[in-house]
Design a protein around this ligand. Sequence first.
Ligand code: HEM
Length: 485
Amino acid sequence: MFLAACFIILFIIFISKWIIFWKKIRAASKSLFDIPRADGIPIAGNIGDFFCSEVEKWKRSRERASKYYPIYRIQVFGSNIVCLLNPEDIQTILGDLKQTSKGDIHDFFGRLIGNGIVNSEGEIWHKRRKLLTKSFHFSVLRNYIEIFNNGVKRTVHHLKKEVNLPVDVLRHSKNLMFRIVNESIVGEKTTVEDKDVEQYIEGAQTIMKILHYNSTRPYMTWLYRNISMRDEVETALKNISNVLAKVLAGKDSTNPVKNDEHSWKLLDLLRAAKNLFQAQEIKDEVNTFLLGGHNGSATALSYILMVIANYTNYQEDIYEEMKTNISDMENPTYAELKSMDFLDRFLKECIRLYPPGPYIVRKLDCEVVTKSGYTLPTGTHLIIHIFDVHRNAAVFTEPDKFNPDRFLADNVRDRHPFSYIPFSAGPRNCLAQKYSMLKLKACVCGILRNFKLEPISLLKDMVFVPNTVLKTKEDIRVKFVSRKT
Ligand code: HEM
């Protein structure tokens, strides 16, 4: 009896507190309630999203994108996340230099890997961006070609041991991209060993897994602090830190720090900018570039190889273009890679259909009125699902069809600049966009020079699951067959 009375009193307190909270939220963000809400249950809204399977989560997002275009919100109790889908609204946010905040999930990410450029905001972000852009400016890109070519030769060497077998392409892509990004940051040959690379990649995988769990299950923050998952994260962070120490030490021992603010090498720039970066911040920044850089590029490359394997005709078109444009197949030059227009269109179409980063988040630093006519208050959390933006039938006719000609100059001219955003767009876009495209070209050429690719995983069978990078339920597998030249 006593227990029942206590329970009823607690229940009444909870409900009255909740009603006060709800009224406050509603008054503060009245305009949010005008935005269509994705189908859900009363009060708890879309709480079901937290508990359904990963495949179902992915499916729901895609269905909502087509049902509620151009804008909708996901609501769980008093919290709302607004999803933007049309290019004009996206431009309003991404094109605005004032909107640099990314919100709670990036705060959590920052607690895990430190506040590198990806997690920083406001004035700090602005200063870092200005400095670090120098390393990826188009005028210095030719400096990376040797790193790209040597990296892919090493991977080809490994792939030769697995010819005619089903190969997990993401595994090789991650190794390749880690080494390339590492050498690009330091500006010279890496001294880290294979086991270090594996250790870093495994650690990074754990961090990204936790980040994804946390973004789709907010109660995970509590769990992270309180249960064994914390041990897994601590081990991953320790392993990452050990490898980072080797990445930084390798540079110290073989080539003393130049403190050269005119250098194109990222690590030199970081070390020269003593007002912005102390030892810990340099480590955090190098980690940010290594983690984001290898993960995004490796994801891109694995889908690209899968698409090449699935389309024999395009594979031969790329190979023909290589034969025409490259004089020494083992060592394509900067100018030769740049001249490969068909490969360029092919890669762009690959990352349209399979954007390595499937979504971007923002938290509004000031109120915004969207072109679609809604007022979004300061503090609103936003998601931009790049995957859906790239499959907008109003922009891309037959959006699910693979067609590199979409990127012919005539077809691009009238397209809205924020309708194709694999590297995001606006002032906070990917710092390394041009570098990444060039690197992907070098990697594809290095691989196709040596192998014909045959499909094991079929594009039509692909099932996606939500993650921080575009992820399939099953591993992507491709067969590498030696090319007889
Ligand atoms: C195909 C490969 C890649 C893709 C598709 C990609 C995509 C993106 C996207 C969508 C963003 C915006 C994220 C956001 O606003 O939350 C971003 C930011 C960024 N990317 Fe990439 N990225 C790739 C490769 C790389 C590489 C190789 C590096 C560096 C070595 C890099 C460095 C960065 C940095 C530093 C930012 C943050 C920029 C800022 O906040 O100002 N990315 N990238």
